[in-house]
Design a protein around this ligand. Structure first.
Ligand code: GCB
Length: 642
């Protein structure tokens, strides 16, 4: 169709590279005695390619010379979405290629030492990226939510030495085969639209922020280097078992040595060889927040490759299991009382921002949340590291959101989706906080191809990682959902008294009970209410409650909670509010400057619903965790709690 041709033109690059997962490991870049990291985020320059076909940058080879010589450039912070940085609506709503550039200095010793490998890494850029160094193309990458990197040692040594001009072209176009999918629609009615007018259509409810969203780093490793580490943990009685698998590149006879240390620095186990199992006596297990008095215990695993490379990985020892009615962490029932989030904030959009990350963790701990779902795409790895350190449990979601068009269930889409899961598992497999993979959100799972599609997707994900359950999030009716037979946990989103029967909170009890009984009756699998909620415009009040007021949001929550409290005695294993905070969406008649279902505003101030959830989550923690109330009271002033 015309739309697809247009999308292809915009994307320029063929989607051939889509089917190749990153071949190398994706170890988070850290410093060590053998590794240096240089953060080259900060102020970059920027130019959107506003030519009708968005192809001028490639035709004129903007990567060949300083970007400022090609035309007008503006300042652009990295990391940040570019959309909300300027006063220009055209940049906010831009579709197509934008160009970023920064000149950086590479330490001379990195260049001179031929044994040093220099890597350029982008934490993420949305959606499709091409990278050049000193005018030489070094890599390209499909996908907006995972890191990618290139070994640039050769290019730097061949070109102008320590001076390094980094050019990154990023394209936010979404097609039927991207994740998330979308379509480009050309408007051909000349009486209503000017020539060449097109729009990006999507089926998801968040703004398609774009740009370089996570830090850009230069880092080094020795030529012979640790490329990847995989750990899997279990325990029996007081013995913890850490099986490890280390892959080394650039050396045929690597002598790997692995040492595990406790938090006090004491070495608790060590082994030689690239594979093996470490035994830890008197193990300190990794426990979720509020489930244990010493949650989030992390060992530190030092991996040495002969004399050259050293990499240290935090390791939490824990197990995850699912029965027909329970979710077990370390063989104890775990109840998810948590939130759904977005990477979203004023001005920076989806740009990574430490103050925001730390604030959000403080808010989650304040309200007694023990978990969150990375709706609707993988978050920055720094966020998973925070969760590891604070004991916050994560359902790790892939950007399979808005798969509603039957053409997005085809082979090309499936292949890309499988590849995406490979990259996601490769990046996140070692995080103890991650307890389940979510392969999609609210796909059209009643369409016939969904049966085959999800069977493949779930079984492939399980083959990549047998230690975690797999799910996808459904909004389909239990009788029509074709993927549910394949998942380990049923995750259901529902919006009773909002999208259905608006205003009728008195129906929630009946409808929610029916929902749970139907799903459990059909599948006998534990169920998470993975979304529920209502919009509340902060400061709008009404009693009796009316839609969009804080009171209405509270009433919806209370009605859901009554049912959760019955069903969590049976097979309901969790509740995740939609949403932690208000967030931006595209403009539409059902959104008033974004989605207002947050229990916090976009600026992270509480609405009435936040206090309600806070009371509830602490009460549940007191009932289900091993902590006693007194302990909690010491940690937080419990005036609001119980
Ligand atoms: C959903 C979606 C989520 C939306 C939410 C809503 O079911 O999964 O992305 O934002 O409903 O508020 O409509």
């Amino acid at each position: 169709s015309g739309a697809e041709r247009a999308a292809e033109r915009l994307l320029l690059a063929a989607l051939c590279s889509v089917c190749q997962a990153l071949q190398d490991g994706m170890l988070f870049p850290t410093e060590s005695p053998s590794r240096e990291v240089k953060d080259v985020s900060g102020l970059w320059i920027f130019r959107a390619d506003e030519s009708p076909e968005r192809s001028r940058g490639f035709e004129q080879q903007w990567y060949k010379s300083p970007l400022a010589e090609t035309g007008p450039v503006i300042d652009m912070p990295v990391p940040s979405s570019y959309n909300d940085i300027t006063q220009d609506a055209q940049i906010r709503d831009f579709i197509g290629w934008v160009w970023y550039e920064k000149d950086v200095w590479v330490p001379a010793r990195w260049i001179q030492d031929r044994g040093t490998r220099i890597v350029l890494r982008v934490g993420s850029a949305h959606y499709y990226s091409v990278l050049w160094v000193n005018g030489v193309k070094v890599t390209e990458h499909v996908g907006g939510h995972l890191p990618f990197e290139a070994d640039i040692s050769g290019v730097l040594r061949q070109t102008s030495g320590n001076q390094c001009r980094i050019t990154i072209a990023v394209n936010n176009t979404l097609t039927l085969e991207t994740l998330p999918p979308g379509t480009i629609q050309y408007m051909t009615d000349r009486s209503r639209y000017p020539a060449g007018y097109f729009v990006q259509n999507t089926n998801f409810d968040f703004f398609n922020y774009a740009g370089i969203h996570r830090p850009v780093l230069l880092y080094t490793t020795p030529k012979a280097h640790i490329d990847d580490i995989t750990v899997e943990t279990t325990f029996s009685d007081n013995i913890g078992l850490v099986s490890f698998n280390v892959s080394v590149l650039g050396s045929s006879k690597a002598a790997v040595k692995v040492t595990l240390s406790a938090q006090d620095g004491r070495c608790v186990a060590s082994a030689d060889g690239s594979r093996g199992v470490l035994k830890v006596t008197d193990v300190n297990l990794w426990w979720p927040y509020l489930m244990h008095e010493n949650p989030a215990y992390l060992y530190s695993m030092e991996v040495k490759d002969g004399q050259t490379d050293v990499y240290t990985l935090p390791v939490g020892i824990r197990t995850v299991k699912v029965t027909s009615t329970q979710f077990l962490i370390n063989n104890k029932p775990f109840y998810f009382h948590g939130v759904n989030k977005h990477e979203d904030a004023d001005i920076r959009g989806k740009g990574f921002d430490w103050p925001l990350v730390v604030k959000d963790f403080n808010l989650m701990k304040w309200m007694g949340a023990n978990s969150f779902r990375t709706s609707h795409y993988p978050y920055a790895e720094e966020i998973l590291q925070m969760a590891d350190r604070h004991g916050i449990v994560i359902i790790d979601e892939c950007p399979g959101v808005g798969i509603k068009d039957i053409r997005s269930f085809g082979n090309v889409s499936l292949a890309h989706h499988l590849t995406f899961m490979e990259e996601l598992v490769r990046r996140d497999k070692n995080h103890p906080s991650v307890v389940m993979w979510s392969v999609a959100n609210e796909p059209a799972s009643e369409m016939p191809p969904a049966g085959f599609y999800f069977k493949e997707l779930v079984s492939h994900t399980r083959s990549l990682d047998s230690s975690r359950p797999v799910t996808y999030i459904t909004a389909s009716n239990y009788a029509r959902d074709l993927g549910a037979p394949y998942v380990d946990v049923i995750c259901v989103n529902s919006y009773f008294s909002w999208y259905q029967d608006p205003g009728h909170t008195e129906l929630i009890g009946l409808q929610l009970n029916t929902q749970f009984d139907n799903w459990y009756g059909k599948y006998q699998k534990p169920i998470i209410q993975s979304e529920y909620g209502a919009d509340a415009v902060p400061g709008l009040h009404s009693d009796p409650p009316m839609m969009f007021t804080e009171e209405y949001q509270k009433t919806v929550l209370q009605n859901y909670h009554n049912v959760f409290d019955q069903k969590r005695k049976e097979f309901v294993i969790g509740e995740l509010i939609w949403n932690f905070a208000d967030f931006m969406t595209s403009q539409s008649i059902i959104r008033v400057v974004g989605n207002k279902k947050g229990i916090f505003t976009r600026q992270r101030q509480p609405k009435a619903g936040a206090f309600l959830l806070r009371e509830r989550y602490w009460r549940i923690a007191n009932e289900t965790g091993v902590l006693n109330t007194i302990k909690l009271e010491q940690e937080y002033p419990l005036r609001f709690i119980l």
